[in-house]
Ligand binder design. Sequence first.
Ligand code: BG6
Length: 470
Amino acid sequence: MNPKPHVIVLFGATGDLARRKLLPGLLRLFQAGLMPVDFRIVGTSLDDLDEDGFRRIARAAIDEFSRTHVYEQSWEAFARRLRYVSGSGGPSALHAAVHAARGELDDSAALLHYLSVPPKAAKAVVQELGEAGLNRDARVVMEKPFGTDLASARELNAAVHEVFREHQVFRIDHFLGKEAAQNILALRFANGLFEPIWNRQHIDHVLIEVPETLSIGMRGSFYEATGAYRDMVVTHLFQVMAFMAMEPPTALEPRAITEEKNKVFRSMKPLVPADVVRGQYAGYRDEPGVAADSETETFVALRAEIDNWRWAGVPFYLRTGKRMAESGRIISIAYHEPPQGMFPRGSGVGSYGPDHLTFDLDEASRVSLSFYGKRPGPGMRLEKASMQFSLDETTYGHDVLEAYERLIHDAMMGDHTLFTTADGIERLWEVSAPLLESPPPLEIYPQGSWGPESQHKLIAPHRWRLPFER
Ligand code: BG6
């Protein structure tokens, strides 16, 4: 489906996210025939570049980060639509550049601003858009973090609302653009099998685990002010948790889905520091841009509770960290064990933990169900078996849009389904307040490990799902 003609203004056009995801993603959409029939991309940043300079940067980024083959003819057609204006020219230069780009399309061309800028700059850019008169009938995509606590989130939202109405704002959380996250909705609400057992009567606990092997690299100064909790939990992990936990929406449309997600956030109990483990990888303090006595966490594990009819008493255990032993992105539901131990001791039952339904948020979008089955041969010996679905084994494997691609397309279509809202975000900062006010002490963990020891006490008698055994 093609959006109508667009001028896309890309703020932070030479930055890390633009180079890694946005420019390659826009070209990918173009090659997939999903861009508007005509469009201009006006890049802007503090770098003093001309259009050819910007094209060279875009091309280098695409060569380095594109996941799919770049067709020269497509690149040339794409590059012809790239414009650049330096941020140093202020609102009037920006206005002139957008006006010129619009003039090349027809008058009805839509205007989409993509703010790929550090949190501190977001407010200033929004104000600049207001001053340049570029807010009228425009949409704006904003990147996390949306504030660093309740007060700053409210302040940012108020500043945004001075210039844009809420329906114009698209707060991006790229985890929601992952196919696998949306597959949670499909699996839950398109089948009769799962929803009846999606509650406290059948589910013992839920695990959301996103360990990463990568370090913070060159993002030291951003990360120092952010940390694992703000970088990953308030944004990505709680958002996918809401997809897992929400009630069936009255319709598969943005308002109804958002309403149900926000109800989950409203039902969350405030996070108490005793239910949180914070860690920092050894050597983090030597990374560029990091303070020698930094108290920023690079690992966090926590227990969350959703205090409603469906989930009362079911703990949600979340963990994520940098420089860990393996990378993974899973959501796993652990079912109650059967009420009676009918199988003899030593048969193997129970030794691999409960049955799990697991969603893998990786590109293959794997969904697997692990359960006990009989090992062939005499006697009754049990072992874990699994049933699995994976996009790798389907014909769609190569056509899958990457999360950012999908979300940029949705924003051009004006579809809010996979975006977050101001009140949902503010509520998440509200439940985070006790933790942010008195964070538990940091524990240092070795690089390449699974993180601090206390995370196991936090979850006992249960176990984390990763690394997978069975
Ligand atoms: C980003 C975080 O939002 O998500 C990074 O800022 C993190 O720290 C990344 O590494 C993970 O995203 P993905 O899609 O690679 O799982």
